[in-house]
Design a protein around this ligand. Structure first.
Ligand code: UDP
Length: 312
């Protein structure tokens, strides 16, 4: 293990963590990834140190914190909203209890710079079109509740980044990510195309222009660049989205255009707990972090995600 100042990245072998690690390495940071590989894969790491292990392992954390750790980026968490409803205890244990251990061990070592992967799920049903950070927090599923619980326990130096719908892939095609069991819209459609399976549309009777739900998709490169900026910012809470929504049918059209393959669309019923419209205002991140998203087109997000499916 190294003696130079390092960034500890938990969950750094996963979809977002691995891309952030890639960007940190490009920026010259030294990274130590801690991942139990329950979801991520070692192949997603293009450099830096890797430690296979669990967040709840205090003696391992102790050893890791013997390095000079400048900041902790905490991605390791379960993220499937549906599963959080059926297995809330699992989500509490993994996302809350284990994070508390990490926070305690970091605090003991005087590491207060903590960048936390939070979620738009902390807001629950939106009361306004463009959600700002002062929107009331009232999660409607256990996943969102776990994120909010931790946000409230963070110290003043910590940064909570509330992700909207993370999408895309490595624009350079170096990090080819293919989700093992996708739980989000774009990877679900792409996986379906690869396996020649139909895609089920969850509801077409929402009060939106085409009747399908509208979400704010944000490219992982842009999410990642916000983390790099957060490392040198003061503590706070920031939304990360594009401020522009796309409906499920618009996503399907973009996939068909980029892949050249027709999606076998099947109409299904609504999925429980889906708000019709969820779009972020990220004005605060732009103003205070100096954040500038660069891949805001849906087609680029689909194109970069598709690279991981074609070549993997
Ligand atoms: N969706 C769908 N079929 C699927 C998966 C998702 O119609 O197989 C819809 C879902 O109902 C929601 C949108 O796609 O309106 C985005 O879902 P996702 O789970 O990716 O993100 P969420 O906004 O729920 O976190």
């Amino acid at each position: 293990m190294s003696k130079i100042s390092s960034i500890l990245v938990t969950g750094g072998a996963g979809f977002i963590g691995s891309y952030v690690t890639k960007l940190l390495l490009e920026k010259g940071y030294h990274t130590i990834v801690l991942d139990n590989l329950s979801k991520g894969k070692k192949e997603h790491l293009l450099g830096g140190e890797f430690i296979e292990g669990d967040l709840a392992d205090r003696s391992l954390l102790n050893k890791i914190f013997k390095n000079k750790i400048e900041a902790v980026l905490h991605f390791a968490a379960f993220t499937d909203v549906g599963q959080s409803v059926s297995e809330p205890e699992l989500y509490h244990e993994n996302n809350v209890e284990k994070t508390r251990i990490l926070l305690e061990e970091a605090k003991k070592q005087g590491v207060s710079r903590f960048i936390f992967s939070s979620s738009a799920a902390v807001y629950g049903n939106p009361l306004q079109d463009l959600i700002t950070e002062d929107h009331p927090t009232s999660p409607i599923n256990p996943y969102g509740a776990t994120k909010l619980t931790i946000e409230k326990e963070l110290g003043p130096d910590a940064v909570s980044l509330r992700y909207f719908n993370a999408a895309g892939g490595d624009p350079e095609g170096k990090l080819l990510y293919r989700h093992q069991r996708p739980t989000n819209l774009i990877p679900i459609i792409l996986q379906g195309l690869m396996e020649n399976r139909p895609f089920t549309l969850f509801g077409k009777d929402y009060p939106t222009p085409d009747g399908t739900c509208v979400r704010d998709y944000i490219h992982i490169h842009d999410l990642a660049s916000a983390h790099v900026l957060a490392l040198i910012s003061k503590g706070g809470v920031y939304n990360l989205g594009n401020g522009r929504g796309y409906s499920v049918l618009e996503v399907v059209s973009a996939v068909e255009k980029i892949t050249g393959i027709k999606v076998n669309l099947q109409q299904g019923p609504r999925r429980a707990g889906d708000p019709p419209y969820l779009v972020a205002s990220s004005a605060k991140a732009k103003k205070e972090l100096g954040w500038k998203p660069i891949y805001s087109s849906l087609e680029e997000m689909v194109e970069h995600a598709w690279k991981g499916y074609q070549q993997n």
